[in-house]
Design a protein around this ligand. Structure first.
Ligand code: NAI
Length: 329
């Protein structure tokens, strides 16, 4: 029986991995800790490890995993910006991921954020709970009459375009690798044009050296006054300080974040009653036109089922000496 250490595990991971393990024979040991250099020793005595989005799989952690004899890391996510792939490859540690698990889960969350921000649903809800039925300040706009820019037209970007196409908005998209599927749903334009024309911009590209702080002061300056920005992809696509400045100047009218660059120390845990030490994040939370969710775009029943099944299938293939195509090198 292979023993697998599941890092960054939450009760739902436990439940869905146990279901996926019903016809398999892994011993799954769950750790709430993120994998990082300080916690990597927990992997001692295991045959494989599984990590999540905010685990720090850097050179130090990988060197220790190698020393402990770990040959596989199965990521329970699509993005892999938190893994030093070069070092993993050099040490011969295979890294696999779940490249596609219900892209609709994230796409629908992005659309939910667009609608909630536009129609001020959370403010309206809080007001009505207090029996205040005044509509002042709650006016929205018709999505039908606006232009929406989608950056990144991979699996999630396309699912977002499909979902948005029902509103009748003009849909623009940007991707260095345009696809026919994307062109059938929206108009490909260059980034400056997308910035200039879009009332709403939603990010669906991966975090790479090229996309780090893609949305910064210069990009924001090119956007329409009052633009709505939604980021359900990776926090570091957006320079949060520049976004705050853009909001203070009224350049950004609405900001929806499911991800945040410094989320590693904040998200996926209950910090109720504690003081937040991240001033930028605390300020963002205080703005009435900012909507934050804690990296829950992926969090649907369908996605968790797929993540658990694919993760265990990735271990199956590794131990059987097969490839699945989910390996990162
Ligand atoms: P994908 O690999 O199918 O598509 C990514 C697309 O981005 C590709 O078409 C690629 O050509 C494009 N791209 C690459 N560089 C770009 C650039 N500089 N500008 C614009 N587009 C660029 O990936 P998928 O499945 O659509 O996921 C996208 C991202 O969503 C992931 O990398 C991950 O960061 C994020 N994600 C967020 C989740 C959440 O829970 N909030 C869950 C799953 C993924």
């Amino acid at each position: 029986m292979k023993r697998i250490a599941i890092f960054s595990s939450k009760p739902d991971d436990k439940q869905f991995l146990a279901l996926a393990n019903q016809d398999k024979n892994y011993e799954l040991v769950h750790f709430e800790n993120r994998l990082k250099p300080e916690t990597v020793k927990l992997a001692e005595g295991f045959d494989g490890v599984s990590c999540f989005v905010n685990d720090i799989v850097d050179e130090t952690a990988l060197t220790e995993l190698h020393r402990l004899g770990i040959g596989i890391i199965a990521l329970r996510c699509a993005g892999f910006n938190n893994v030093d792939l070069e070092t993993a490859q050099r040490l011969g540690i295979q890294v696999s991921r779940v490249p596609s698990y219900s892209p609709e889960s994230v796409a629908e969350h992005a659309v939910a954020m667009i609608l909630a921000l536009n129609r001020k649903i959370t403010r309206a809800h809080l007001r009505v709970k207090e029996h205040n039925f005044n509509l002042d300040g709650l006016m929205g706009f018709n999505l039908q009459s606006c232009t929406i820019g989608v950056i990144g037209t991979g699996k999630i970007g396309l699912a977002t375009l499909r979902a948005l196409s029902g509103f009748g908005s003009r849909l623009l998209c940007y991707d260095p690798f345009p696809s026919e599927a994307g062109a059938a749903l929206g108009e490909y334009v260059d980034l400056p044009t997308l910035y200039r024309l879009s009332d709403v911009i939603t990010l669906h590209c991966p975090l790479t050296e090229e996309t780090y702080h893609l949305i910064n002061r210069e990009a924001i300056a090119q956007m329409k006054p009052g633009v709505m920005l939604v980021n359900t992809s990776r926090g570091a696509l957006l320079n949060a300080q520049d976004a705050l400045d853009g909001m203070k100047q009224g350049k950004i009218g609405y900001l929806g974040l499911d991800v945040y660059e410094m989320e590693g120390e904040i998200f996926f845990r209950d910090l109720s009653g504690r003081v937040l030490h991240d001033d930028v994040f605390a300020l963002l939370l205080s703005y009435p036109n900012v909507l934050v969710t804690g990296h829950q775009g992926y969090f649907t029943r369908e996605a968790l089922t797929e993540i658990a099944q694919t993760t265990l299938a990735n271990f199956d293939a590794y131990y059987a000496g097969h490839k699945t195509g989910n390996e990162l090198f």
